[in-house]
Design a binder for this molecule. Structure first.
Ligand SMILES: Cc1cc2nc3c(=O)[nH]c(=O)nc-3n(C[C@H](O)[C@H](O)[C@H](O)COP(=O)(O)OP(=O)(O)OC[C@H]3O[C@@H](n4cnc5c(N)ncnc54)[C@H](O)[C@@H]3O)c2cc1C
Length: 441
């Protein structure tokens, strides 16, 4: 049995890991020259740094287990971090006490906001939340004032023109996740691998190679080839390479481009799954911008979604003394900013950074990088479970696991591990039982 896996992100690696453990021969096709996908890294003064900010929540146990299994557990730490909310000025929003001091809304609304956080923890059945938008649910739970003052700007900043389509399930998950990643004193704790998650991805690649997984890097798959309604292989470098099964781990839109033989009804469903793009401007600075790790932007005039000061979570000495800051923006891939260079993006952001951080000067910035990806966040609208694709596709022999299947949870490295494994196990369960010679057909 030979399996081609299209995509060398965390999902593709998790599929390979699960199949290799059952003695199945796998080849990962990755268009990039390195594996890791959205969780990929570059180096700042010699140390790995994720192109897009990454951390883990305390519930992300599957990814933590991978890190431990790879022998990197000693470098993985749960760290106290802090949050704030920028809306004309900076409000700390890390602990219940900060919430009480959140003067952006009245005292009664602060209590409503606190109750919202508390009540989300006790939602056990998420199904009713598929039927209501995040907007309507938040208004119901905490009132219009809280919605307009706090949540609406955040939803608009992340989802732009799609903000009113987002289902309550997505919002509930975000609140629950952040609310539960806390220590005994209610302080937020996030997990990070000192020296970068890139080390885990490298070690995982080496581990998989040692277990017989083949990696074809810089090798985009242009087509998943079918004969008589069955996937028989992939077209890469203009050459058909035959396999018994094909496992796609790319975004639905890419799968549709690669697999023209998928039936019309299925194509119609996948076409409805929208994704946002993201551009992250990474800056290396000679000083810190603020005392906050994670800053949500609730000011509709500011053209970015969040400011994440990585070196308020990790020591700057790891990066040669540089202060490292991400400025993240989710956007439509047709937005002109999606095409801009790092310096052009910084030009656009300068007036806002100067407004937010007193004295901010361009010469504080020593180096910039801009990372962009087209498919970064599926848009979870109402009744998404009726749209969510199954792992098995209607094309025999073609399997599919991507961020679009991570639901009701929200995408993340942990769920890429979990869903990749689940998809591979489902494929394994459908194989004919191995005969006395031990080979699954
Ligand atoms: C801004 C941002 C912040 C994030 N923060 C966090 C965080 O803090 N914590 C966390 O856990 N997660 C975070 N994530 C999410 C996390 O990175 C993803 O959920 C996870 O990496 C998804 O992995 P994947 O393998 O499913 O998809 P991808 O990483 O998208 O992998 C798909 C792979 O397929 C490849 N590919 C595409 N087309 C082809 C082709 N034709 N042929 C061959 N290969 C192809 C791509 O190059 C890519 O490597 C963040 C993501 C973003 C964008």
């Amino acid at each position: 049995m030979r399996v081609a896996i299209v995509g060398g992100g965390i999902t593709g690696m998790s599929v390979a890991d699960t199949l290799a453990a059952r003695g199945i021969s796998c080849t990962i096709y990755e268009q990039d020259s390195v594996v890791g996908g959205l969780a990929g890294s570059f180096r700042v003064n010699g140390t790995y740094l994720e192109k897009f900010y990454h951390h883990l929540f305390t519930s992300d146990t599957a990814m933590v287990e991978v890190i431990q299994r790879l022998g990197l557990g000693d470098k993985f730490h749960w760290l106290p971090t802090n949050n704030s909310y920028y809306a004309g000025r900076l409000y700390r929003l890390s602990t219940p006490l900060d919430l009480l001091k959140f003067t952006r809304v009245s005292l009664i609304d602060r209590i409503r906001l606190g109750m919202l956080y508390l009540r989300t923890r006790f939602v056990n059945d998420w199904h009713p939340l598929e039927e209501i938008t995040a907007r309507d649910w938040l208004v119901q739970m905490a009132g219009k004032n809280v919605y307009h003052a706090v949540w609406e700007p955040l939803l608009r900043s992340k989802f732009g023109r799609y903000a009113d389509e987002v289902a309550a399930v997505w919002m509930w998950n975000k609140l629950k996740l952040r609310g539960s990643s806390r220590g005994s004193k209610q302080e937020e704790r996030l997990g990070y691998l000192e020296g970068g998650f890139g080390q885990a991805i490298d070690a995982w690649e080496q581990d998989l190679r040692a277990r017989g997984v083949e990696f074809k890097l810089s090798t985009p798959v242009s087509r998943i080839v079918a004969e008589n309604g069955t996937a028989v292989g992939v077209l890469a470098n203009d050459e058909l390479q035959r396999y018994d099964r094909v496992f796609a781990t790319v975004a639905p839109e890419l799968l549709l481009q690669m697999a023209p033989d998928l039936p019309a009804e299925y194509r119609g469903r996948l076409e409805q799954i929208k994704y946002l793009a993201n551009v992250c401007l990474v800056m290396s600075l000679d000083r810190s911008l603020s005392g906050t790790y994670w800053m949500n932007i609730g000011d509709p005039e500011i053209p970015f979604t969040g400011v994440i000061e990585h070196t308020n979570m990790q020591r700057k000495e790891l990066y040669g003394g540089a202060h490292v800051v991400y400025i993240s923006r989710y956007l439509d891939h047709e937005d002109p900013l999606y095409q801009m260079s790092a310096e052009e993006i910084l030009d656009q952001y300068m007036p806002y950074l100067q407004r937010m951080f007193r004295g901010f000067q361009r010469d504080w910035v020593k180096q910039t990088w801009a990372w962009r990806e087209r498919y970064t966040q599926p848009l979870i609208g109402l009744r998404y479970s009726s749209l969510k694709p199954s792992f098995r596709t209607p094309l025999k022999g073609l399997w599919f696991s991507s961020m679009a299947q991570v639901y009701p949870e929200d995408r993340g490295m942990n769920y890429a591990v979990v869903y990749g494994r689940r998809a591979a196990e489902e494929m394994l369960a459908e194989l004919p039982q191995a005969g006395p010679e031990g080979s699954a057909a």
